[in-house]
Ligand binder design. Structure first.
Ligand code: KG4
Ligand code: ZN
Length: 337
């Protein structure tokens, strides 16, 4: 079965072709980062308009790369939420129009399910069940994943998401948007011992997170500096990254112990963070656990994860064919496949 996947929930237009026999055949991505950078964040209307411009050319490029035609497509998966309404509607409209013209089914995919299942596109892929840390720009959740659609929420952020904390702290340091990768890069040049930042909820009994205090601590630190030179900014970045990575890693370990599971999966944009990967690799190998990540280029938003999640749902006979988007959509409300 050949599935076309379309992602347009935020500021990336992603299109991919996933074949249930042959795997990922092609994927194309256009990021709107440069366009939104000027405004310091995503402008929803601009995002929608850009998705409209990109989605069909990217689809054609995918088909060319894969040596396939529209007629070869068996189903079309698209991100139906959560995300920006207008942006979601672009992908949903194109997917449903194409599917109608081709007389093929559509499947509405939950964006976070796409992230959650994306490590299954890696080789080796994890087997179910596993603990998943979902760390994106909008979400930070720990889940026990028992199968496709069988997601048990173990803990989540009570305020800012980890990616949001990276982005907001980066902004305070004048690193532009989105700041996560830039902050991480500058942190490599910094001394993490010069400043100490708080580790919010590190010792709380639950598996929840809180990152807004950490961002405020960065703000206070920035304000307290007489000279915010390059080295000082790098040292703040290093202290911030160390604090956030320590909290994420310790909560993962706690979740693994609590569930008794032996496989950990990291998904979402912050999963691209090198220090987080190094910390988790070390912590897991010491305890005899396996840790899995999506391929690096599939950590942030992309069409491949949507095509893949759609294929999983279709294989479990969950074809939807509905035409609705859900800007707010709780992952734990999904039915088991
Ligand atoms: O999963 P994603 O592409 O979008 C959402 O669904 O939100 O994640 C984007 C987030 C942004 O906050 C970005 O700053 C962060 O992932 N990010 C990183 C890194 N690469 C992306 N954060 C820290 N280190 C990175 N290397
Ligand atoms: Zn995402």
């Amino acid at each position: 079965m050949l599935v076309l996947g379309i992602e347009s929930s935020c500021d990336e237009t992603g299109v991919a072709l996933y074949d249930t026999q042959a795997g990922l055949l092609a994927h194309q991505l256009h990021t709107q980062m440069a366009m939104h950078a000027e405004y310091g964040g995503v402008v929803p209307e601009l995002a929608s308009r850009d998705h409209i411009r990109r989605v069909l050319p990217l689809t054609s490029a995918c088909l060319t790369d894969a040596g396939r035609t529209l007629a070869d497509i068996d189903a079309i998966a698209y991100t139906a939420g959560p995300g920006l309404s207008g942006a979601l509607l672009v992908g949903a409209s194109v997917a449903n129009a194409l599917a109608f013209a081709l007389n093929k089914p559509t499947v509405a995919v939950h964006h976070l399910e796409g992230h959650l299942l994306s490590p299954l596109l890696a080789d080796p892929a994890p087997e179910f069940p596993f603990v998943a840390l979902l760390v994106s720009g909008g979400h930070t959740q720990l889940m026990a994943v028992h199968g496709v659609g069988r997601y048990e929420l173990l803990g989540e952020t009570v305020d800012d998401a980890a990616g949001e904390a990276f982005d907001k702290s980066a902004k305070l340091l004048g690193l532009g948007y989105p700041g996560g990768p830039a902050l991480s890069k500058l942190a490599d040049l910094g001394d993490a011992t010069r400043f100490t930042l708080p580790r919010p909820m590190l010792h709380s009994a639950d598996l929840d997170f809180s990152f807004s205090g950490l961002k405020t601590a960065v703000l206070n630190l920035v304000k307290a500096q007489d000279n915010l030179d390059e080295q000082t900014r790098a040292d703040i970045c290093a202290a911030f990254q160390e604090a956030i990575v320590e909290v994420l890693a310790k909560k993962c370990i706690k979740a693994m112990k609590q569930t008794g599971l032996k496989r950990l999966v990291i998904a979402g944009g912050v999963g691209a963070n090198r220090q987080l990967r190094e910390g988790l690799n070390e912590a897991c190998s010491r305890r005899g656990w396996q840790v899995f990540y999506p391929p690096l280029h599939l950590c942030t938003d992309n069409g491949a994860m949507i095509a893949f999640a759609g294929a999983q749902r279709l294989q479990h006979a969950q074809a939807a064919g509905s035409f609705a988007v859900q800007p707010r959509w709780d992952l734990s409300t999904l039915a088991a496949a």
